[in-house]
Design a protein around this ligand. Sequence first.
Ligand code: HOZ
Length: 427
Amino acid sequence: MKTTRSKQLFAEALRYIPGGVNSPVRAFRSVGGQPLFIKRAKGSRLYDVDGNSFIDYVLSWGPMILGHAPAPVIKAITRAAANGTSYGAPTEQEVRLAQMITEAVPSMQEVRLVSSGTEAVMSAVRLARGFTNRDAILKFEGCYHGHTDYLLAKAGSGLATLSIPDCPGVPDDFTRHTLTAPYNDIATVQRLIQAHHEDLACVIVEPIAGNMGVVPPRDDFLANLRELTRAHGILLIFDEVITGFRVHYGGAQALYGVTPDLTCLGKIIGGGLPVGAYGGAREIMRLVAPAGPVYQAGTLSGNPLAVTAGIETLKRLKTPGVYRKLDERAAALAEGLREAAKKAGVPLIQTRVGSMLGAFFTKGPVVDYASAKQSDTKAYAKFFHRMLNKGVYFAPSQFEAAFLSTAHTPSDIEETIKSARAVFKSL
Ligand code: HOZ
């Protein structure tokens, strides 16, 4: 594979940008080698600056559920851009997107739009603290909720990829109020809640963990969290930045039938433009400024381009059969990879919920961060590079998810499985 131009650009990037990238996992550090610089993308394909093309399963880390550059979305944002790109004043479009979100996710009676998932979570936790008048929060090991100081404790995504357990620059004082428990371990949650319930404002969880690879919740894990938090007046926050509109039009909460108090969204609701949102019961949301005293603001919040892309994306996702089709294609891919690994004698645990997939090189089971960390990351790195050489782009980290879009065709899936057969044999 020719990578001359990517290499030149990366050398240049290293002069001006820390690590040469604007977000750590993009740097290929844990799989080795250098990142590819992307020139354009369309449908299921990425095209790099050296003229290589790839079937893309990263999809900008989740937002591009309709594939890249979907015609109706591009048309709508082009039209919107001609009317100006930001006003710092309310627009009709943001009311429409808020309406669509609250209709799709009924637990979000009111919603505040922000500019990233990090911002959504940070604001939701502040709101939970303001509402309960308590300081402590409980999060799960390997779950990633953005890069807010007190949420970096034992976090997934880039921190798992780069093995950073505690981030310098975060004073101990800031994480003093953050408790952590293993994902899927309700006994530990129960113990922590018993000990700290008077001070616990919220429990925050990715209802399907997608930042330590993909780790689905055990059968009653979410329902038990709901019961325990409700019993002690603790708010339950679902971080659905990845799962929102990904696993179901109503998010993971609709899929599992468990209703949180607050929900955080991002990625898909911006159709590939920077966006985030948090929302919940009216009684709680009415505390957000200017309706109430919990302050939160943003110059680009509700940005007209991002909101337009979000509306157009959600409109398409509402079409009957969309999620069934995504599920069928993802199932075919997961099954094909599993079979191929088995035939080649490669131990592989394939996890999947809808169109979110994980692949761990281990005998498993993978139920939490500790077991995800047991997997053979060197084998993943080899798999990643050999697939890349065959024109298939998976995440450059074991601890991220793979995603499918409505633009992935059966022949994309077949081509991927065919490549994987050869790659597994070579491992
Ligand atoms: N935190 C993102 C994945 N879970 C990665 C963002 C990026 O590198 O673009």
